[in-house]
Structures are given as C-alpha cells and as structure tokens.
Design a protein. Structure first.
Length: 305
C-alpha cells in the first residue's frame, strides 16, 4: 500500500507583511522564490510519486496571484487536493474578496486556510478575514480560519470576534521558533498526553525538503529534519527518507512525551513544554540526538507498556 503523501509547498518565502511571531518568513531564512516552470515540473514529479495533497504556504502565496492560479489549475488537472494559506491582504472589500475567491474556485482550489492572530492583525484589518470567509461561503469554497494564539487573555476579544461573525476557526498554538523565539512562553500545564505529530513535509524555494513543515528549517544545531535537496535526489527518495527513518516513525506513533521520558526528562518538566518546544529540546541537541539515534532501533523502540 502506498503511504499517504502530502506536502507543504514553499513556492516563495516572500511576504507582504511582517508578523512578530512568524516562523516561515523570519529574518534568518533567505526570502527566495522558485520559478513557475520549476514549480510546475516539481508538481508533475509529485503526481508520479503519489502525492495527493499540496498546501501552498511559507510566505504569502497570493502576492504571486497569477502563478498560484496556474499551480492550482495544475493540481486540479492532476487530481491533487490543493490548499492555499493566506493572510487575506487581498480581501479589503467584499468585491475584492469575490474577485480572488471566484478566480481560485474556477481554477479548482480545494480549500483556503485563512490566517488570523493578534500579530497578523497588526497589519491586516480583521474585516478582511470576514470578507474572505464570507466570499468562500458564497462561492462554495471550503475554508477555515487558523487562529494562532498563545492562549492569553489578550486574545479573548479576537476569538469573540470570530464567534460573533459565525466563522469556522481552529485555535492553533503559536510556535516559539523563528521570530517568536524571543517571546517569553507562557507556561501552560497540560495533561500528560502523548504529543504525537503528523509531520507534514515541507519543500523550500531553494528545493530543500524537510520532514516537518513547522520546525523544519529551524533546528539549526542538528538539521534533524533536513531530508536533502531536490537537485541531488528525487522526490520519491526524499519521501522514503521521511517514511523510513525510525525516529520520525516514533514521533508519529509513540509521541514526544514517551521519547522525553525515555531520555530522562522528569514528568513534571515534560508537562510544561508545548509540543514543538519539547521536540526542539529532544532533537535540536547533538547530545540528545546521538543518544536517541543509537536507541531508536532497540531500547527506545521497545519503550512501551
Ligand atoms: S503572513 Fe504568514 S508568512 Fe507572512 S509574516 Fe505573517 S506569519 Fe509570516
Ligand atoms: S512537534 Fe516537531 S515534528 Fe511536530 S510540528 Fe513541531 S517541530 Fe515539527
């Protein structure tokens, strides 16, 4: 059976705003863009490697609107599920929103993911997100709002705004990497849950492929998630590296909490970490990674009830 293959496609890391919490387009990342021809050729290769879903993300994809129309059309022709992640800069009025949404719907876009947070909304009016969501409903385009939050009381009014406008939204924890690395993470004690992670891979404009789309290029001490560059390896080979690496398999199935416990972290310390923070603690340290790599196919693999 073929594994399910989906990917976050970083056509470009350029963005038209500068959110204070951004992981994807922060200053340590080169703000590159692949050519349209290259992107189309890669999607054709992905079809042959059984990729079934592509999420266009990284910077703001719709600053390259005509290119996105071409790429979404290609996905539609090849029966690939397509999603565009956007900050809604283009939805200043309901008429502007309709223009963009109808063009993408006609091109075969499967879903819009609309970003919303107190950091995005320093640059984009919150009404833009309402215009975009309403336009999706009008045109029958699936959408949801990704409400990035640190769960502080400051975000209550933003959440209430989404509820008052009857919008479909899902809270998503801010990731304390990239520009948010300097934030003081609020300690939230969670239950002792497993912290498994789906690990969607990410392709950068420079053609580096990473096993994770959120922390992918951020674990700089170990480059734990780097799978290789498409100039040197085929897409199938890079997907196989992700699928066959035992530690990635353990993150997906066993979860980070058990891995941390195996490594010796105390239970009352583990419950103070958010998922990606715990992941960084475990895998962005050469010492920890060496220990876990050695144990991955023996003791750690058998570390179960
Ligand atoms: S819109 Fe997205 S890519 Fe652009 S700065 Fe904000 S978080 Fe980063
Ligand atoms: S927990 Fe690790 S693998 Fe999962 S999204 Fe966070 S950094 Fe990536």
């Amino acid at each position: 059976m073929n594994p399910i293959r989906q990917i976050a496609f970083g056509y470009s890391t350029k963005c038209n705003i500068r959110c204070g919490h951004c992981v994807a387009s922060d200053d340590s990342i080169p703000h590159g863009k692949m050519t349209l021809e290259k992107a189309m050729a890669i999607i054709e290769q992905m079809v042959r490697c059984n990729v079934t879903g592509i999420s266009f993300t990284a910077g703001e994809p719709l600053i390259f609107f005509e290119d996105m129309i071409r790429l979404v059309k290609l996905c539609h022709e090849k029966e690939i599920y397509s999603r565009v992640v956007t900050n809604c800069f283009w939805a200043k009025t309901s008429e502007h929103a309709d223009e963009t949404v109808s063009a993408l719907t006609r091109s075969g876009l499967s879903q819009f993911r609309l970003s919303f947070s107190r950091w995005h909304q320093e640059h984009i009016r919150r009404e833009n997100v309402v215009n975009a969501a309403n336009s999706c409903q009008k045109h029958g385009l699936d959408y949801f709002i990704s409400f990035v939050t640190d769960f502080s009381r400051q975000d209550d009014s933003l959440e209430q705004f989404l509820r008052d406008n009857h919008l479909k939204f899902f809270p998503e924890p801010v990731i304390y990497l990239g520009r948010a690395q300097g934030f003081d993470p609020r300690r939230i004690l969670t239950d002792y849950h497993p912290n498994t992670c789906n690990m969607n891979p990410y392709l950068s404009p420079e053609l580096d492929m990473f096993a994770c789309c959120d922390g992918g290029d951020q674990f700089k001490e170990t480059d734990f998630f780097l799978l290789g560059n498409l100039r040197d390896y085929g897409i199938d080979e890079l997907f196989k590296r992700k699928e066959n690496k035992v530690l990635f398999h353990l993150i997906r199935t066993m979860g980070l909490t058990s891995i941390a416990s195996y490594l010796g972290l105390k239970a009352n310390e583990i419950v103070q970490y958010r998922k990606c923070e715990l992941c960084e603690k475990l895998f962005n340290s050469t010492e920890n990674l060496n220990t876990l790599e050695k144990a991955a196919t023996s003791d750690l693999l058998n570390w179960k009830r």
